[in-house]
Design a protein around this ligand. Structure first.
Ligand code: EPZ
Length: 431
């Protein structure tokens, strides 16, 4: 298993290009199932989709995982309408194929995704929405068996009990080829959902209401293929913005969309960070002294994103004063606090609330990543800690960032990835 070594104390400088949004790429890949023609999209997660049973997925360009990762999906040769446990357990977002499979073929067999480190991650809201769209669902032996009663999803008015991102996306994709019109209410408003809707509309769907809490979908008979560029990743941009802020750096985030990051930008400014909005970039300058934020509560978009909670905690751990962070989206998303405390942070957790008392400095330590955003927070803390921080289990980080270590090194950070292949000793050090 790869490790990342970080030696703190460098002020980051320069500019870095923001990659395509992971949380837009995943549903858009699933949505390609609905199309009758090839779909080309710029993403860096192509490799994750390969062999999913949808048609061959050949990375166009220079293949998955490259800076300009491009991917072509040819759904017309889809071989089966099943997402097996072995795949879904490795990537929860594979559950997003349920809506498009049942919308396109009238039936699907998809493994229940199960929980993960940050929470139980139930899918009851997904299933309730699909059943209200005329889909008969049985859950047995760990699988969802889905069958449309009339061979086709039926348009209907559906009200989600909570604006779940995944449930919104599954219901939206199921409704696109439905008979009749659907109105999905109390839906999630994340930019990635608008991107999914815009992608589907570019293939011939008729979706209105992007960015609001109600989506209206007029069912159509078929979708063509197409080429689509995915929005920049607001969470990667936010993570790099905090890297600049923490290290008193001066960094331009090329491609970052300020309008997708309002809640974070407001908080960074409150902490004393200078954030300048440019037409195609965000320019971030870290202050000599960061200031604590009285209270930050994670909320559905456009509220403060739960996916930035761990990274903000790393920043507040060295801010002057005491901050309170409340996590309202996931029930177990404070696992980074114990590792940050091992680096010298002063954080106490009581249920969904973390009290962060700023300390003058952190000290480099060996730490263990537990989930995607927790691992990002540990890398960020290492950038400002005295000495060397070794982050283990970086596969968590690679699930959501396109070589974050290389991007940080490109800004001057002393960050090195050590391949885990050479039985334990310092193997080839990848810059
Ligand atoms: C998406 O997960 C994102 N993942 C998550 O990003 C993100 O944290 C989350 O939305 C919230 O913004 C992708 O887009 C691939 P939810 P999702 O359904 O769809 C409860 C990252 O770090 N809930 O909005 O699974 C659920 O338990 C990842 O990039 C139900 O109770 O999130 C949670 O408490 C992590 N029943 C809350 O709603 C359901 O049927 C929000 O979940 C569905 C959800």
């Amino acid at each position: 298993m790869d490790r990342i070594l970080v030696n703190g104390g460098v002020r980051l400088k320069g500019e870095v290009k923001i990659s395509g949004a992971k949380n837009a790429a995943l549903p858009i890949m699933a949505a390609s199932i609905l199309c009758d023609g090839p779909v080309g999209s710029a993403t860096f997660l192509a490799g994750r989709h390969r062999g999913h049973g949808t048609a061959s997925v050949q990375p166009g360009g220079r293949g998955a995982g490259t800076r300009r990762g491009r991917m072509t999906i040819s759904p017309q040769t889809l071989r089966w309408q099943e997402a097996p446990y072995d795949l879904v357990r490795k990537m929860r977002a594979s559950f997003f194929v349920l809506g498009p499979l049942v919308g396109k073929y009238g039936h699907a067999r998809v493994s229940m995704p199960g929980g993960c480190a940050i929470g139980t991650r139930p899918v009851d809201i997904h299933l309730k929405a699909l059943s209200e769209l005329g889909v008969e669902l049985r859950v047995e032996h760990g699988y969802v068996e889905a069958e449309t009663l009339t061979g086709r999803v039926l348009g209907n008015r559906v009200v989600l009990e909570f604006p779940s991102v995944g449930a919104t996306e599954n219901a939206l994709m199921a409704a696109v080829l439905a008979k009749g019109t659907s109105e999905l209410c109390n839906v999630a408003r994340e930019p990635e959902i608008a991107d999914l809707a815009d992608f589907l509309n570019s293939c011939g769907a008729k979706i209105h209401g992007q960015g609001t809490d109600t989506l209206v979908i007029e069912g159509v008979d078929r979708l063509s293929g197409g080429t689509y560029s995915i929005i920049p990743d607001r969470i990667e941009a936010g993570t790099l913005a905090i890297a600049a802020a923490l290290t008193r750096g001066n960094v331009r985030l090329v491609g970052a969309v300020a309008d997708h990051m309002r809640a974070l930008i407001d908080r960074l400014r409150e902490a004393g960070v200078a954030v300048m909005e440019e037409p195609d970039a965000l320019h971030v300058i870290g202050p000599d002294e960061l200031v604590a934020i009285d209270e930050v509560t994670t909320r559905p978009y456009p509220g403060f994103p739960t996916d930035m909670q761990a990274q903000l905690m790393a920043l507040l751990s060295i801010a002057k004063g005491t901050s309170v962070i409340k996590e309202t989206i996931f029930e177990n998303r404070f696992m980074h606090t114990s590792e940050l405390c091992r680096m010298g942070a002063d954080i106490s957790v009581d249920g969904a609330c973390a009290v962060v008392r700023g300390v003058p400095k952190l000290s480099g330590s060996p730490v263990m990543a537990s989930d995607l955003r927790a691992s990002a927070a540990l890398v960020l803390a290492g950038l400002v800690a005295e000495g060397e921080t070794e982050i283990l289990r970086v596969y968590h980080l690679d699930r959501g960032y396109e070589r974050l270590d290389a991007k940080l090194a490109g800004l001057g950070a002393r960050v090195r990835r050590v391949s885990g292949k050479a039985n334990g000793h310092m193997a080839a050090v990848v810059p």
